[in-house]
Design a protein around this ligand. Structure first.
Ligand SMILES: *[C@@H]1O[C@H](CO)[C@@H](O)[C@H](O)[C@H]1NC(C)=O
Ligand SMILES: *[C@@H]1O[C@H](CO)[C@@H](O)[C@H](O)[C@H]1NC(C)=O
Length: 160
């Protein structure tokens, strides 16, 4: 019993040793989409959408492991940020935080979370969407049509 408890403690420590951060929207083209915190919005068993709200205290914590980005939702299993339709070039599409390792290709550059340009990343979009709160989408770098007027281009700053 004691042995199991100390193994569990070690696993907990390994998780906690990953440097965690909040993700805050900056430079949004629509001011109401600025200075908001990325937060997992539960949509079903093992699935979340990536939405924004203004309270840092209730915002999700995130961490990188290699090129996978995770939300720490205080469970034993990982919740990876996943770029939807990441092979569908020249579009913009949703981003989820689902059980599993999510998409490869995340990194922090200049204090901001970005996805892989080689895979077509052209920036983040924040749109007023179907949960009644702003929601995260990604923009393909080859997309050259208009984005909806309810969407902002924005950056995701790593913050404490
Ligand atoms: C990070 O990735 C490595 C290699 O895939 C894995 O063994 C480890 O459990 C991961 N750590 C966390 C905290 O997810
Ligand atoms: C942020 O959330 C915390 C925890 O629920 C709450 O105590 C606090 O009042 C909230 N702050 C604001 C400004 O709403």
């Amino acid at each position: 019993m004691k042995f199991i408890a100390s193994v569990a403690l070690l696993a907990g420590t390994a998780m906690a040793s990953q440097k965690e951060f909040k993700l805050k929207s900056t430079g949004a083209t629509l001011s109401q989409h600025d200075n908001l915190y990325l937060t997992a919005y539960h949509t079903g068993a093992g699935t979340n959408d990536a939405v924004f709200q203004s309270n840092a205290t209730v915002a999700s914590n995130f961490f990188l492991n290699g090129t996978n980005a995770f939300a720490d939702l205080k469970t034993q299993y990982p919740w990876g940020i996943e770029i939807q339709s990441d092979t569908n070039y020249a579009a913009w599409d949703s981003v989820t935080i689902n059980a599993g390792t999510g998409s490869d290709g995340f990194s922090v550059k200049g204090g901001e979370l970005v996805w892989s340009e080689a895979d077509g990343f052209g920036g983040w979009l924040i749109c007023d969407w179907n949960h009644g709160v702003p929601q995260l989408f990604y923009l393909d770098r080859y997309y050259d049509d208009k984005i909806p007027s309810s969407c902002s281009k924005a950056s995701l700053a790593v913050s404490q």
